[in-house]
Write a protein that binds this ligand. Structure first.
Ligand code: SAM
Length: 419
């Protein structure tokens, strides 16, 4: 496609196709904005990590650009000169498989001066939202006290009339509903404001949220399997030393994920499962040998998220063993009730998911993933529009159900600016 039209599509949609490398560049802010009409996601709040400082070692202590080889890892000093053990060899083999595609995608990005121009200005200007840094509500803590069932969120349906009409009352009204353990559906065709304990939230149009602990997840299982989901995105709180050190969120041992009711959440016409994993080889082996088989998921492809800074450079060295500048999204298919007996080939063939696709973006907050739903649309089995759910979500999206113990996290009004 023509560069000009690609850029025009990007400015609207937030995704830019790097044709020559079967890769995409994503601006999460533009993608997320499609769920909002009255508010916009604040670029400076989203990109607070990689835009405010000119010295990369300040915003990312993991990267020491001057002399990366000097960096020491726990117990790794000696290993560097020794042969890799068998697990490290496997990890290295996976990395080598990904490497060419990642380099090609990165080269395509660096060779596209139009895109680089846009990239440098992603944070934009005239958005000074970052000044007011109120502290976020701690939903995990609030949800675990005895009063939790009594906390109510006030949903303020605006004066556009859309949802108020349905309720048969004036031009604007508000509704109070329990915030924990309660399925909340926003039916309005505009985003709405909500309030809880003096905190303001912006909730996207036509979205659903269910905030609970893992113990309540079975309440999401639909009574009829044709009300199940066709796209299931999962970003589990995997245990890893860095999440522990920073205490950003609770993590869970792997065995808890074995009991996620993926099969029961699946639509009768099947589902595409997209699972975020870290680069630890032990985890990859667990997913392949235990988790996917237990869920009934058959591996179909691996996508890679390559992380860059505002100048287009990688956030860290590609070959640094323990801090790769990319993460993996494992894609697999689950068959639904109406397709039992079909073999995997039959299920897979019409969908034809390409392997090793790369998507590039500038990361937001720690462990915040870019919105990838759009990139997966072509590979989702079943009727359209697909029914989509995100497990362990920290934000809401139009057309999606978000579940987790902190799904309103990035809905705090401090991440938004009025449109
Ligand atoms: N995908 C998210 C994003 O892009 O921002 C990040 C998800 S983060 C890796 C994992 C989430 O799981 C955190 O929000 C954490 O609070 C949540 N979590 C941890 N333990 C949980 C539990 N027992 N029940 C429900 N959610 C839990």
């Amino acid at each position: 496609s023509e560069p000009d039209s690609r850029l025009a599509v990007f400015l609207k949609s937030g995704t830019y196709r790097l044709d020559e490398a079967s890769a995409f560049f994503i601006d999460p802010v533009r993608v997320l904005n499609r769920s909002y009409t009255r508010f916009r996601v604040s670029p400076s709040a989203y990109y607070s990590r990689f835009f405010p400082y000119s010295n990369p070692s300040i915003c990312n202590p993991h990267v020491s650009p001057k002399n990366p080889k000097k960096r020491k890892f726990r117990g790794q000093d000696k290993k560097i000169s020794q042969a890799l053990n068998s697990r490290e060899q496997l990890a290295d083999r996976r990395h080598q498989e990904a490497r060419m595609g990642l380099l090609k995608a990165h080269e395509a990005l660096l060779g596209d001066s139009d895109l680089l121009g846009v990239l440098r200005n992603l944070r934009g200007d005239g958005d000074e939202n970052h000044g007011e840094m109120t502290s976020d509500l701690d939903f995990v803590k609030l949800g675990s006290v005895w009063q939790a069932p009594f906390y109510e969120i006030v949903l303020k349906v605006g004066d556009d009339g859309s949802a108020a009409e349905n309720a048969g009352i004036g031009s604007s009204y508000q509704r109070e509903v329990p915030v924990f353990d309660n399925f909340i559906a926003i039916e309005s065709s505009h985003d709405i404001e909500a309030e809880l304990l003096d905190h303001k939230y912006i909730l996207p149009k036509k979205s659903c949220v269910y905030m609970s602990d893992l113990r309540q997840i079975h309440k999401l299982i639909p009574a009829e399997s044709d009300c199940g989901f066709n796209l299931i995105v999962i970003d589990p709180p995997w245990e890893n030393s860095s999440a522990h050190q920073k205490q950003k969120y609770q993590t869970l041992p792997n065995k808890y994920f074995l009991s996620l009711p993926v099969k029961q959440l699946t639509h009768s016409s099947g589902a595409l499962v997209a699972l975020w994993v870290t680069n630890r080889e032990k985890l990859r082996t667990f997913v392949e040998n235990e988790l996917f088989p237990k869920w009934g998921v058959k591996s179909a492809a691996t996508f890679y998220w390559l992380k860059v800074k505002a100048d287009g450079s990688l956030i860290g060295e590609l070959d640094l063993f323990h801090h790769r500048p990319y993460e993996c999204l494992l894609l697999g298919l689950v068959d639904g009730k109406s397709m039992q007996g079909m073999d995997f080939e039959e299920l897979q063939k019409p969908i034809g998911i390409p392997d090793n696709q790369v998507f590039i973006s500038v990361p937001g907050d720690h462990s915040r993933k870019p919105p990838i739903g759009e990139l997966l649309l072509d590979y989702i089995p079943g009727p359209k529009p697909a029914r989509c759910i995100e497990l362990f979500a920290r934000e809401m999206t139009e057309g999606w159900t978000s579940w987790g113990n902190d799904p309103l996290h990035f809905q705090d009004s401090r991440y938004f600016i009025p449109s």
